[in-house]
Design a protein around this ligand. Structure first.
Ligand code: KIV
Length: 254
């Protein structure tokens, strides 16, 4: 998957994206054929057990981006610039280089078109993000519901396109607003809680696999129930060890 292919998919073919944070899951997503893997700073919530994404560091992102790169051969990898990693244009650029060196094909930034412009001008592909911005949000709720708020999000999306972003994530906005943005800009929109009228969709992999039991938003469709499988497998293991069923001959050396 390449930047050119992703750009060319707008209006022709739905773009598929999922988050991943480790090598094994990245390999499975890659083999299944997902177009984009986002090493999101949702890492903090769903893997590291943090309250917010604000606790995720550049060190965390570099380590996990490397792990995803080692698992994914074909998918296009986008790594999040974590909270404060883009506090100034210089910091954003330096940290973007670190993520690219760790294996990302592109970086993602929440809002901040003026910083996105510096990253893009330095030939690092950058994905924008508008609507609900978890790094700075005070409340996790649908954004852009009234006319003024909706217009602000439209302008932010246009500014990110002008800054040189190759695609934009639209998070938690009404489907009609996502549809307007998708038709107004010439780069792909990737929706998460933004309804069907986007050029692509992204979900957090732990939600998809049923591996996260914290707050789950309405849009997070669950396609498997792996936590239940894990609990059942571990209970079975405990039972077999306690009763002497495991290890048997088959799992012992002679
Ligand atoms: O951190 C994250 O998981 C995200 C998603 C919107 C992809 O930014």
């Amino acid at each position: 998957m390449s930047l050119e292919k992703i750009r060319a998919m707008k209006g022709y073919q739905a773009i598929t994206a999922l988050t991943a944070y480790d090598c094994n899951i990245a390999k499975l997503l890659d083999e299944a054929g997902v177009d984009i893997i986002i090493v999101g700073d949702s890492l903090g919530n769903v893997v590291l057990g943090c309250e917010t994404t604000r606790e995720v560091t550049m060190q965390d992102m570099v380590r996990h981006t490397g792990a995803v790169r080692r698992g994914a051969v074909t998918s296009f990898i986008v790594a999040d610039l974590p909270f404060q990693a883009d506090a100034s244009p210089e910091q954003a650029l330096e940290n973007s280089h670190l993520l690219i060196d760790a294996g990302a094909d592109a970086v993602k930034i929440e809002g901040k078109p003026e910083i996105a412009k510096v990253i893009a001008a330095n030939r690092i592909p950058v994905m924008g993000h508008v609507g609900l911005l978890p790094q700075t949000a005070e409340e996790f709720k649908v954004q852009g519901k009234d006319r003024v708020a909706a217009e602000k999000i439209v302008q932010e999306a246009k500014a990110l396109e002008k800054a040189g972003c190759f695609a934009i994530v639209l998070e938690a906005i009404p489907a009609s607003l996502a549809s307007t943005i998708t038709s107004l800009i010439n780069i792909p929109t990737i929706g998460i809680g933004a309804g069907p009228y986007c050029d692509g969709q992204v979900l957090v992999i732990n939600d998809v696999l049923g591996m996260y039991e914290g707050h789950t938003p309405k849009f997070a469709k669950r396609y498997a129930a792996l936590n239940e499988d894990i609990r059942a497998a571990v209970k079975n293991y405990i039972k077999e060890v306690k009763t002497g069923q495991f290890p048997g001959d088959q799992h012992s050396y002679r």
